[in-house]
Design a protein around this ligand. Structure first.
Ligand SMILES: *[C@@H]1O[C@H](CO)[C@@H](O)[C@H](O)[C@H]1NC(C)=O
Ligand SMILES: *[C@@H]1O[C@H](CO)[C@@H](O)[C@H](O)[C@H]1NC(C)=O
Ligand SMILES: *[C@@H]1O[C@H](CO)[C@@H](O)[C@H](O)[C@H]1NC(C)=O
Ligand SMILES: *[C@@H]1O[C@H](CO)[C@@H](O)[C@H](O)[C@H]1NC(C)=O
Ligand SMILES: *[C@@H]1O[C@H](CO)[C@@H](O)[C@H](O)[C@H]1NC(C)=O
Ligand SMILES: *[C@@H]1O[C@H](CO)[C@@H](O)[C@H](O)[C@H]1NC(C)=O
Ligand SMILES: *[C@@H]1O[C@H](CO)[C@@H](O)[C@H](O)[C@H]1NC(C)=O
Ligand SMILES: *[C@@H]1O[C@H](CO)[C@@H](O)[C@H](O)[C@H]1NC(C)=O
Ligand SMILES: *[C@@H]1O[C@H](CO)[C@@H](O)[C@H](O)[C@H]1NC(C)=O
Ligand SMILES: *[C@@H]1O[C@H](CO)[C@@H](O)[C@H](O)[C@H]1NC(C)=O
Ligand SMILES: [Cu+2]
Length: 563
């Protein structure tokens, strides 16, 4: 194979041509190593690889390890001027962004210093495939015990995909107390852009903590939240400031959107600008243009915006608009940021028209690396519903089962112990057969949409619609959208497919925080016989031992689903 190293060429030209230093390529914000595989005008390239490489089967071996330390603490914050208690990673919400190159090994040491709240923790790397590394998936009760206050747990995984995602706590409602941050894995892209603006988090936010709100959520239904944040900031009654970023006319910018809300579906837009969408979750797609983008909880979109509106105005609103079809927010019209060309001021621009809805972008999405879905080897369906438990608290069910798993007894530990039976409330589906297609239909007759997230796999969306699913519904098997989070429409169905190509224990759940805690989840025990050999047993056991010692002495009670 002809090998050509653009990095050495770039360095050579840089020494010869100082003007190159001012080019957008060098203006990229991020530390890069191994493979500086592209420039503003060659984003499809990546050293010996490219956007045409089938990243699902081929991964560069960079030999590089990226090591991070993340410390979780109890904090008091005032992201919009209003002060409340929260939790943060290294003191900030969002926490620090983790950077890697495609093919790097990522090592993250998570230090639990939540000594005031006495909360356990775990960190999940959302959408990361965890190929044969289920024990690094960071889900309490499933792949690990909670990490006790005062303890540290190290996660190690290979960056087999590239693009934008996030890490977040997978312990109780802690992700929405502020324990989250971005992950950027550098790689090729399906369209060119000049500069990378990095992560852009969309959050809902309340002046009560999520733990306080949960009491209301499970007793009387989802609470109306006070407001929302764009990348951790907004204006409130007593202060704050708006997220803002400057544009240079003619330059194109990449932004990496994440919906990190507990219970809000957003439509995102920038007045008078068009967004070119290049990836959905960690999947590069054939680019398409839109002015209003639907983003469900847990979903990500990589967008490119060309600064081509300087003659219209200097200041434009960026908007994250909660959709009232899904949930209520008291500050729906004012979750905004500012894009400015010259000097910052208050924008006077108006919003694009939209119809309130919690739609998915499915119809627009065509994965760039095309795949055909094979016929199913196994298939099943699950009906989502809600009922009240003995205490009169809401619990979500899938085929009448609400997940109830124990922090101190993770499924992986049961598998390591050789256990082959599970309690009904573990909500386990076993997938013993290797490399076959599983189809799963999720249905609901209730008028509530749910963002469904699967761990350890990207899944293919074979069908998604309203009404009752029947065999007359056409399944799209010819390169349908694939991603890790998709909407189950209200009073409708979602038909997902995935290959049993990753031994492990994998959670599937609704990404609405209240619903996860209320048991809207199931787990796949995939290729049981091969799981044990993928587990670092000492790490698993030591972390559980520390948790048990702590939980006993602090008399910790688990009141939620366990995930
Ligand atoms: C996933 O891991 C398995 C086992 O180590 C390996 O055979 C396979 O090649 C890996 N997949 C990719 C895409 O690297
Ligand atoms: C986070 O804080 C720890 C110390 O608590 C520090 O060692 C580490 O470098 C910080 N990490 C990042 C990514 O800033
Ligand atoms: C975690 O900390 C919060 C805030 O102090 C508290 O309300 C909650 O009960 C704690 N949760 C657990 C499970 O320890
Ligand atoms: C959003 O916040 C993260 C974390 O602080 C930061 O890395 C990123 O640059 C910010 N995004 C933008 C677009 O400024
Ligand atoms: C713009 O953002 C900066 C922080 O990056 C902040 O200090 C400033 O107040 C913001 N401007 C407005 C008008 O909100
Ligand atoms: C989308 O917008 C970009 C940038 O404005 C433009 O270059 C491209 O041709 C547009 N693509 C489509 C499919 O309209
Ligand atoms: C800016 O956007 C608004 C709302 O979509 C539209 O009415 C207006 O015509 C646009 N202005 C220009 C100059 O394109
Ligand atoms: C759930 O119930 C449906 C309808 O009774 C049934 O067809 C399906 O097999 C059940 N799924 C599981 C995993 O038991
Ligand atoms: C094995 O599973 C059964 C049923 O869920 C449970 O009662 C038992 O405690 C488990 N044993 C171990 C060692 O996890
Ligand atoms: C098929 O899937 C069901 C779960 O829906 C599981 O119980 C069964 O073991 C699977 N069978 C095979 C052969 O994979
Ligand atoms: Cu839900």
């Amino acid at each position: 194979m002809l090998s050509f190293n653009p990095k050495s060429l770039a360095l050579l030209s840089a020494t010869l041509l100082p003007s190159v230093l001012a080019s957008p390529f060098f203006a990229d914000l991020y530390p890069r190593a191994a493979c500086d595989g592209n420039t503003a005008s060659t984003r499809s390239e990546w050293c010996d690889y490219s956007i045409d490489t089938d990243y699902m089967t081929v991964v560069p071996d960079t030999g590089v390890t990226r090591e991070y330390w993340l410390e979780l603490t109890d904090v008091t914050v005032a992201p919009d001027g209003v002060s409340r208690s929260a939790m943060a990673v290294n003191g900030s919400i969002p926490g620090p962004t983790l950077f890697a190159d495609w093919g790097d090994t990522v090592v993250v040491h998570v230090i639990n210093s939540l000594t005031t709240s006495q909360n356990g923790t775990s960190i999940h790397f959302h959408g990361i495939r965890q190929n044969y590394t289920s024990d690094q998936d960071g889900v309490v009760s499933i792949t690990q015990c909670p990490t006790a206050p005062g303890s540290t747990l190290t996660y190690t995984w290979k960056a087999m995909q590239y693009g934008s995602t996030w890490y977040h706590s997978h312990f109780a409602l802690q992700a929405w107390q502020g324990i989250f941050g971005g992950i950027i894995i550098n790689g090729p892209a399906t369209a060119n852009y000049d500069e990378d603006k990095g992560m852009l988090f969309l959050n809902d936010w309340d002046y009560s903590t999520v733990d306080e709100l949960y009491a209301e959520a499970e007793a009387s239904g989802p609470p109306t939240l006070d407001t929302g944040l764009i990348n951790g900031t907004n204006i409130g009654d007593t202060g704050g400031y708006r997220f803002n970023t400057s544009f240079v006319s003619g330059t194109s910018y990449r932004m990496r959107l994440v919906n990190a809300a507990v219970d809000t579906h957003f439509k995102f837009s920038i007045d008078n600008h068009t967004m070119q969408v290049i990836a959905s979750d960690l999947v590069p797609i054939t680019p398409y243009n839109t002015t209003v983008l639907d983003i469900g909880m847990g979903q990500r979109y990589d967008i490119i915006i060309t600064a081509d509106q300087a003659d219209v105005a200097s200041n434009f609103w960026m908007r994250a608009i909660p959709q009232s079809s899904c949930s209520e927010n008291d500050n729906s019209d004012d979750i905004r940021g500012i894009i400015y060309y010259d000097t910052i001021g208050t924008p006077e621009t108006s919003a694009y028209d939209y119809t309130d809805s919690c739609d998915d972008e499915t119809a627009n999405i065509s994965p760039y690396i095309a795949k055909t879905v094979g016929d199913f080897f196994n298939s099943t369906s699950e009906t989502a519903a809600v009922s009240s438990n003995e205490e009169g608290l809401f619990r979500w069910t899938l085929n009448s089962t609400t997940m109830l798993v124990s922090w101190e007894d993770p499924t992986l530990e049961q598998v390591v112990a050789g256990n082959t039976t599970y309690d009904t409330s573990d909500a386990v589906l076993t997938l013993p057969e290797a490399n076959v297609w599983m189809y799963l239909v999720i249905e609901t007759t209730l008028g509530v949409p749910h963002p469904i997230h699967l761990h350890g796999h990207d899944f293919w969306i074979l069908a998604q619609g309203t009404g009752t699913y029947s065999s007359s519904v056409t399944l799209n098997k010819d390169n349908p959208p694939r991603r890790d989070t998709a909407m189950l429409p209200s009073s409708g169905y979602l038909v997902m497919a995935f290959e049993t190509d990753n031994p492990g224990v994998w959670l599937m759940h609704c990404h609405i925080g209240w619903h996860t805690s209320e048991g809207f989840a199931l787990q796949f025990v995939e290729r049981y016989d091969e799981i044990v050999s993928t587990v670092d047993e000492t790490r698993l056991t030591d972390n559980c031992d520390a948790w048990e010692t702590f939980a006993e002495s602090a008399e910790i009670e688990q009141e939620d689903s366990g995930v």
